[in-house]
Design a protein around this ligand. Sequence first.
Ligand SMILES: NC(=O)c1ccc[n+]([C@@H]2O[C@H](COP(=O)([O-])OP(=O)(O)OC[C@H]3O[C@@H](n4cnc5c(N)ncnc54)[C@H](O)[C@@H]3O)[C@@H](O)[C@H]2O)c1
Length: 352
Amino acid sequence: MTMKCILVTGGVGFIGSNFIKSLLSDNYKIVNLDLLTYAASLKTLSELKRKKNFIFIKGNIGDKTKINFIFKQYKPDSVINFAGETHVDRSIDSPNEFINTNILCVFNFLNASLNYWKKNQTNKKKFKFIQVSTDEVYGSVDTGTSDENSNLSPNSPYAASKTAADHLISSYFKTYNFPSIIARSSNNYGPYQFPEKLIPLIILNALEGKILPIYGNGKHIRNWIYVEDNVNALKKIILNGKIGNIYNVGGKEEVTNISLVKKICKILDQIKPRKNKKKYEDLIKYVEDRPGHDKRYSLNSKKIKKEIKWKPRINIDEGLKLTIDWYLNNKSWWKSIRKFKYKGERLGRKLK
Ligand SMILES: NC(=O)c1ccc[n+]([C@@H]2O[C@H](COP(=O)([O-])OP(=O)(O)OC[C@H]3O[C@@H](n4cnc5c(N)ncnc54)[C@H](O)[C@@H]3O)[C@@H](O)[C@H]2O)c1
């Protein structure tokens, strides 16, 4: 049997690189297209490059010529799109890049994928285009949960750009029968996450004795999923997901930001006590809230559990321990990012 080839875009980023590592050990051939923006670490890429069956191409998902070349050359069996601008705070400071990457570039990529699928006679029937989307498209939910049929009500430029892409992709299924699937996961955390996102930011600030910023009153609620659980869901969706469908992929529990940060502090107190004997919690500082900050996300993932037999395995306490251990053991991965790319400064305040 010939080895399956998957085109993965944005695979040098956080979730994409975890996904590729998992797929390579399952004996797939991976073609990874990534623009290597600020969010991509060259260390992650050099680790991936050591693996067999891995081909890296630097480029933009919006570059039609390059995409057409990749389709012609490698004839992928399926495509999964992780490429995107992903940080809500940055979307508040510069929405342009989010509209450009998450909508316009996705539009070009979708058209090139549609053309490939239409012309491709060898694996047309099995081809799938998976769009990696987010629970943020549903907006804030005060009570109850968001299922796949809930209204879309995005509140940040990031979430709005992802919602636009979801609409485009659904329209291509309805209009052209293009075999697409949308996976909407909740907040991911784990190894290789760029330290602008809450969990790695808090871990690294704590290790460096810096303040641990909590936006607003800290009572905002998120449903966290350990990245390995999301990777397993995406792998199952590629194999068994039904085309034209949307699948929510949520983690085991919902927690407030303040209780999440306190959990991280407690784990660090145990495994890496501060030299001055104080508690890490002493570094917590409440700061100005994020504009448009969604109060609560709550994903209903019954559909994927029932139809594809996936469920999350790692609870928040286990996942945080694994994540903290990884950051403690992989300083060479994040030290240069903290020094040269992002030092932990506040992003995404109200435009003055
Ligand atoms: N991280 C989360 O919690 C989360 C949750 C739900 C959904 N998502 C979605 O999952 C996907 C991956 O998220 P992540 O956290 O791994 O992101 P990330 O920011 O860590 O990585 C994004 C990657 O995309 C690449 N990229 C950006 N623009 C590109 C372009 N035009 N062409 C090619 N490559 C490009 C970057 O170089 C980077 O390697 C995103 O689409 C995001 O919206 C993320």
